[in-house]
Design a protein. Structure first.
Length: 320
């Protein structure tokens, strides 16, 4: 007896991605034994064609981005990955070749980050292509990095470089000159898992930069019930972003508020710079101090190189 179409699709494209506990994707649920003495960390993100990626992006890069934006949530908690559940809503006419590429991208990053698929669901949709992933990780009890916890006087730090994601979207659309670096940063974020784990016991609060640097700093402020000041000149830029900004100074607000960077934004006590930098070295990830938390209302102030107030025309990405 031949398999129904859905089960044939799962057997061809997703069963090869399954690991221990997934039961070969043949049951209604997976079985997972958490590491001894660890807390589970769970997060979920969805991506929709035309909103979170371009419809003509390579399928392998779409699969890798889906996994990586979820891994970034684990990184922001200081967690290590265990596995994931995935739901795909496929428009009519999705080809086996597209699914082959999508699965190949997932397989590549499963090998790089050490996890596998545990289960999920496949459905059809009139469109657009919609993807959802729930990721599972683990962290020692009481050591998870949380968004709440910053205090006035703490220093504000960020990993990597900022602005590449937003500039990369423009580059991928052909609106900005690019040698491929910026578009690559948009399509393939780098989850800072090693840094998140190295920051346990060092950072007082942390999150990843997905909605824009200024807006995400505001999330930390609201939970801390204090303000923050960001020094625009201190925000780390890649050579490609610096070149784009040199050619068009009007790109600065986009760099500071555009989102899709998936770097870690975190608070650390004043005087702890050496510990933060040691964590960065251990994780082989650059970290930069870009400002500080202040007394007062939970607002974010961005200052230019002269100390003047820099007004951003937009606060950051909104999901609605």
């Amino acid at each position: 007896m031949s398999l129904p179409p859905e089960f044939s699709l799962i057997a061809r494209h997703f069963r090869p991605l399954a690991g221990e506990g997934a039961l070969a994707l043949s049951d209604d649920a997976a079985l997972l034994a958490p590491p001894a003495g660890q807390q589970l960390v769970l997060a979920a993100d969805a991506m929709v064609a035309g909103v979170h990626f371009l419809p003509d992006d390579p399928p392998a890069s779409i699969g890798r981005k889906l996994l990586r934006v979820n891994l970034s949530d684990l990184a922001a908690m200081g967690a290590a990955p265990l596995g994931y559940l995935m739901t795909v809503a496929l428009p009519k006419g999705t080809t086996p070749e597209w699914l082959d590429g999508f699965g190949a991208g997932l397989a590549m990053d499963q090998a790089e980050f050490g996890l596998s698929v545990l289960g999920g669901d496949t459905v059809s949709t009139p469109g657009p292509l919609s993807l959802s992933l729930t990721i599972l990780g683990s962290v020692p009890p009481g050591e998870a990095l949380l968004r709440r916890g910053a205090r006035p006087g703490d220093e504000l730090w960020v990993s990597g470089t900022i602005g590449d994601g937003a500039l990369g979207l423009r580059a991928a659309r052909g609106e900005l000159a690019d040698d491929g670096f910026l578009a690559g940063r948009y399509r393939l974020p780098q989850p800072r898992l090693a840094l998140g784990q190295a920051l346990r016991g060092v950072a007082r609060a942390a999150m990843d930069v997905s909605d824009g640097l200024a807006q995400d700093a505001g999330h930390l402020c609201r939970l801390a019930e204090c303000g923050a000041e960001i020094e625009a000149a201190a925000v780390p830029l890649s050579p490609a972003a610096r070149a784009a900004l040199g050619a068009d100074a009007a790109l600065l607000p986009l760099i500071l508020s555009g989102g899709d960077d998936y770097e870690l934004l975190f608070a650390a006590p004043p005087g702890d710079a050496a510990r933060v930098q040691a964590a960065g070295r251990a994780a082989r990830t650059p970290v930069t101090r870009i400002g500080r938390f202040t007394e007062g209302a939970p607002d974010v102030t961005v200052r230019d190189a002269t100390g003047g107030l820099l007004n951003l025309p937009r606060g950051g990405w909104s999901h609605f």
